[in-house]
Design a protein around this ligand. Structure first.
Ligand SMILES: Cc1ncc(COP(=O)(O)O)c(C=O)c1O
Length: 506
């Protein structure tokens, strides 16, 4: 019997289509009643069928919170396809999945080891759980200025120093596609009798092609969360949480998911998760083979363009314990007179090419089964033309300043959740050095917090954030969008005034 037995079915997707075709009279939510009440312009643009799939919890389409028929079946098929013991469909992206993973493992006060460059959903989960974060700072690559990934040695050292930590969370791949050696890390974490949780938001495709770095579940992780919507073809917000092995308390995880997920999940998103799994099982490897091929061809072409370079797997593999998902194209503009921001702007306005993100010296492209060789040819041709057309131009010199993520973990005065219960005040950002931050300060993308509640603002962090603002990037999470002011802790402890400000995030 193969793992793919029964995988020719799409039980959940079939059920919602079947229901939509029955044209029943709706006296239930959603209020648009199969689209009949939807605005005309909306319907004209997207057509009417999609609204007929936007259903409510009914016996014909099962319930996400108590799955017993088609959702249960679809989740079992997903688990088999991914080599997991259990899979759970998520409708609030990997954000909700990271929160569920951490809340199902950590009690208030429990330590959890996490990389300092974790996504803000991990930090918010730590705050919600009342856990104690122990940060490890991954190294930064001198050439590309990219934040690398955790190495097995770093994880081992952290586990030794914190034998009481409950779990280790690793982000792999990172936003830029850099993966950690999860097999070695899983072995170390388990030797230390802890759980390995993986934020695999950027890795839903890895399991389906042998040329990719191994997926988290295949490497021995206990739990992972993947944004099926980011690199496969599910709709936005569609993610999956996978579990393998005996360390995870499944009942607690299910209860946590019920607490975090909406009681009105989108059946269109859920159906798209079922279909995405089917797509990968049937022809996924071949489709991904083509994605790898077009990415590697484009990479080769870009590396021939004077002034530009595109990160290669060979380059990355020279760094111990790090590998690369080649479907991420990181193109450095370091050899040119303009920044990644400038390059992204020109690509967008002059060539109609939208990148995933840009920073002061890179642009980042996500390539998936939705892209074609033609897309990449157009991209490479645009790059070739831009380097010629803009050869003598010195755009936005201000943005050329080197901006490197702070390389140390800020001093923590208070646990982040505790910091949110204290009295705060707003002060001008320029006077914040030495004060204890009371909010999350997070440039987006990539959504990696630079300051968390309870951490001390240093001159290096201040300078970094000012450079980020200067470059035109967005910073979010804080109460003042332009960061002219910042919330810091009052020097007087809240307990002495009796006032508490729980969850005072912006
Ligand atoms: C590493 C990482 N984890 C988690 C998330 C959150 O994923 P989602 O958008 O599916 O909620 C992101 C989003 O960019 C991310 O980059």
């Amino acid at each position: 019997m193969s793992l793919y037995d029964g995988q020719d079915k799409t039980p959940l997707y079939d059920a919602i289509v079947r229901y939509a075709n029955e044209n029943k009279i709706s006296f239930h939510t959603p209020g648009h009643k199969h689209g009949k009440g939807i605005s005309k312009s909306f319907r004209q643009f997207v057509g009417e069928k999609v609204f007929r799939l936007d259903l409510s919890v009914m016996s014909e389409v099962d319930s996400l919170h108590e799955p017993s028929t088609v959702i249960k079946e679809a989740q079992v098929l997903a688990a088999k396809a991914y080599g997991a013991d259990y899979s759970f469909f998520l409708v609030n992206g990997t954000t909700g999945g990271n929160q569920a993973m951490i809340l199902s493992v950590c009690d208030p006060g429990d330590k959890i080891i996490i990389p300092r460059n974790a996504h803000k959903s991990v930090i918010s989960a730590v705050i919600l759980a009342g856990a104690e974060p122990v940060y490890i700072m991954p190294k930064i690559d001198e050439t590309s200025d990219l934040i690398l990934n955790l190495t097995p040695d770093q994880v081992d050292e952290a586990c030794r120093r914190h034998p009481d930590a409950k779990a280790v969370l690793v982000t792999s791949p990172t936003y830029f596609g850099l993966t950690a050696d999860l097999e070695a890390i899983a072995e170390i974490v388990h030797q230390h009798d802890k759980m390995l949780l993986v934020d695999e938001a950027h890795g839903a495709h890895l399991h389906f092609h042998p040329a990719f770095p191994k997926s988290a579940i295949d490497s021995g992780a206990d739990m992972c969360v993947q944004s099926t919507h980011k690199h496969l073809a599910a709709l936005s917000q569609g993610s999956m949480l996978h579990v393998k092995g005996v360390r995870v308390d499944i009942l607690r995880l299910k209860t946590t998911l019920q607490m975090l997920q909406t009681t009105s999940p989108s059946y269109i998103i859920l159906g798209s998760l079922d279909i995405s799994r089917y797509q990968m099982v049937h022809g996924g490897e071949m489709a991904l083979e083509e994605v790898i091929k077009i990415c590697e061809e484009a990479r080769g072409e870009i590396n021939k363009i004077p002034g530009l370079s595109c990160l290669t797997r060979e380059q990355v593999k020279k760094l111990p314990g790090i590998d690369l998902d080649v479907t991420k194209l990181t193109v450095s503009t370091k050899g040119l007179s303009y920044s990644g921001y400038d390059m992204a702007k020109i690509l967008n306005s002059e060539y109609g090419i939208q990148t995933e993100m840009s920073d002061f010296q890179n642009i980042l492209l996500f390539v998936s089964i939705g892209n074609t060789a033609k897309d990449l040819k157009k991209f490479v041709a645009a790059l070739k033309k831009i380097v010629v057309d803009y050869k003598d131009l010195f755009l936005n010199q201000k943005k050329r300043k080197r901006i490197v993520f702070p390389t140390f973990v800020p001093r923590k005065e208070l646990n982040p959740r505790e910091a949110l219960t204290k009295l705060t005040r707003k002060i001008p950002f320029k006077r914040s050095v030495g004060k204890v931050c009371a909010e999350i300060i997070c440039p987006y993308p990539p959504g990696i917090p630079v300051l968390c509640p309870g951490e001390v603002v240093t001159q290096e962090i201040y300078n970094y954030l000012m450079s980020v603002l200067d470059s035109g990037a967005r910073i979010n999470g804080q109460s003042d969008g332009r960061l002219q002011t910042i919330k810091v802790l009052e020097d007087t402890p809240a307990s002495s005034t009796g006032e508490k400000k729980l969850f005072a995030i912006g």
